[in-house]
Write a protein that binds this ligand. Sequence first.
Ligand code: GH3
Ligand code: MG
Ligand code: MG
Ligand code: MG
Length: 313
Amino acid sequence: YIVYDSKHSFSDLIHILQRLYLNQFVSVLVVEDVFTDMQFITKQLRKWLLNVHEAKNGIEALNILERHPEIKMVLANYHMPEMNGMELVKALREKHDKENLAIIGISALDEKLLSASFIKYGANDVLTKPFSPEELLCRINHNLEMLELQTDLRDVIYRDHLTQLFNRRYLFEKVEKQFRSAKSAGQSITMGVMDIDHFKRINDSYGHHSGDAVLQAVSALFSQRFPDCITFRLGGEEFGLILFDTPFEIALSRIEQFRHDLKGTAIDLGHPVYITASFGVTDELTEQLEEMLQAADRLLYLAKQQGRDQICT
Ligand code: GH3
Ligand code: MG
Ligand code: MG
Ligand code: MG
């Protein structure tokens, strides 16, 4: 039940219902050693349909989080045996950033300084005991909304709007780091680029809208076939793929399988349309990611010259 009074508008009610519905999928960890306080908090959270985990101290909290990566939020009391709330925040922030895990620190009324310290060590928000159920709900919802906003922002910045694949920016801002650490760990790295053959003909024959639909269909198959890899759209009808820690022969045979299946896939534009694509693939390590991309691009050019619908290595 939710108690609905006339102070709320209808759109408020819809918002509350939506929140309740979304909360069912949100997992929260409460870290609190005082039994009655734990009961008070978890009772409220369960009432709001949140999925609640309980820990009596910091060590237990770290263990639970390790086993439950789906947890989005941690409510951490300050006074706890073994590891206090502040130490827990510090330990959590070594692994989880503010954009992915919200931490709300809980302190008592006579410990105003603790609130500032919580924030300083990386908590997203603080609650001061005693707090009302309403304040608890407001803080939780506010922080969940901020997490969602961060996810939306990341998608806008790092994903291509048409295909939802990663974009160039993601490649050079985020994958570059991964590239460097994989290299120093001695891992193999395979870089592939793909360009759809005679794509201009699709646009010319069926219109730009149909061209877009083809790009979306190709991208869907692409990310579906390489869920464990980084797939991105370089621009236009050109895509890229990075496989970390995979032997080159295996990487190559997966790409070959994809080339073969793409060719055989009927893309539905109201009528079936078939396309092929050309690929350049390399595992020769370079100083920078950009150079590896350029090397793959040169091989792609060769594949085009040699008649398209093939892979050059
Ligand atoms: P090739 O086999 O040599 O790659 O030939 P191609 O026709 O695929 O290559 P070309 O570079 O001549 O043409 C690419 C076309 O892709 C031209 C451009 O209008 C179209 N294109 C680029 N981005 C988009 C897009 O987002 N949507 C649609 N519908 N078309 C796009
Ligand atoms: Mg071209
Ligand atoms: Mg092309
Ligand atoms: Mg092209």
